[in-house]
Design a protein around this ligand. Structure first.
Ligand code: HH2
Length: 278
């Protein structure tokens, strides 16, 4: 499978690692650490050196209860970092829900728009259609401020699948072709621990859409609930979750800890590639 992504054609014959670069004061696990453009760019370089295949720059936290930012504020955070990493030779994704940010980021050279709102904000479909960027469509129940207030589903896996199917159709109607689309179940976005575990266990169902699947479990609270550990202590659990996601069909893994994830995926790839000849 090939993902067309701005000027890049990404082969998904092996799982790809998307490294997270949050340029926010309030992200749940690394808020405030890379707010200065220089430190964000240095962090992006480090993630690339560790083996990131894609960088994902975010200027607004989606943490439950995070405060929203204006487009100007968000662009003020994202633009200098985007400018600093565009020449590094790796496709750059911008994590945003705002059509004006999508347009400006794609114009500047972003290869992907990662939208936790799946292009539902008016103008977002058109913004993507007018660009050559890829898009990641993520499922979220409700909105970040309130999404963790008693989320409920009849069948979480089937409902997430149906939502994504409808968003893919909306993209196609708007003129965004399928080989530019990635889908994501949105771990932690309007989901209980059990919902997240069901989605991870049955992630393969999403592959029935015939599109690349992205999974973001890195350092999330479900892993904290299972292990009893704080955000910065969730590396081992995150690596385990990334491995399970890939085994269950994920093509792109969105992570904070690139080096650890890369080593785990190398072991998986060696085991899967070994010949059974005696
Ligand atoms: N998770 C977060 C943000 N963006 N995008 C996709 N496609 N999938 C995800 O699971 C996902 C995402 C939340 O993680 P993080 O960026 O670390 O936190 P914050 O939103 O607080 O900045």
């Amino acid at each position: 499978m090939i993902l067309r992504c701005g000027g890049f054609n990404l082969s998904l014959d092996r799982p790809l690692i998307m490294g997270v670069v949050n340029v926010t004061p309030d992200s749940f696990s690394d808020g405030g650490r890379f707010l200065a453009p220089d430190s964000a760019v240095a962090h992006a370089r480090k993630l690339m050196a560790e083996g990131a295949d894609i960088l994902d720059i975010g200027g607004e936290s989606t943490r439950p209860g995070a405060s929203s930012v204006t487009a100007e504020e968000e662009w003020g955070r994202v633009a200098p970092v985007l400018e600093g990493v565009l020449g590094l030779g790796v496709p750059v994704s911008v994590d945003t829900c705002k059509p004006e940010i999508m347009v400006r980021a794609a114009r500047m050279g972003a290869a992907m728009i990662n939208d936790v709102n799946a292009l539902r904000v008016p103008g977002a479909l058109e913004a993507l259609a007018a660009s050559d960027a890829a898009v990641c469509l993520m499922h979220m129940l409700g909105e970040p401020r309130t999404m963790q207030q008693d989320p409920s589903y009849r069948n979480v896996v089937e409902e997430v699948l149906e939502f994504l199917r409808q968003r893919v159709s909306a993209c196609e109607r708007a003129g965004i072709v399928r080989d530019r689309i990635v889908v994501d179940p949105g771990f932690g976005f309007g989901k209980t621990v059990e919902h997240n575990l069901l989605l991870l266990r049955f992630l393969e169902r999403l592959a029935s859409l015939g599109l690349p699947v992205l999974a973001g479990l890195s350092r999330k609270s479900t892993l904290g609930r299972i292990t009893g550990r704080s955000e910065s202590e969730r590396v081992y659990a995150s690596v385990a979750a990334a491995l399970l996601a890939v085994q269950n069909g994920a093509n792109i893994i969105r992570v904070h800890d690139v080096a650890a994830t890369r080593d785990a995926l190398a072991v998986l790839s060696a085991v899967m590639g070994v010949m059974d000849d005696g």
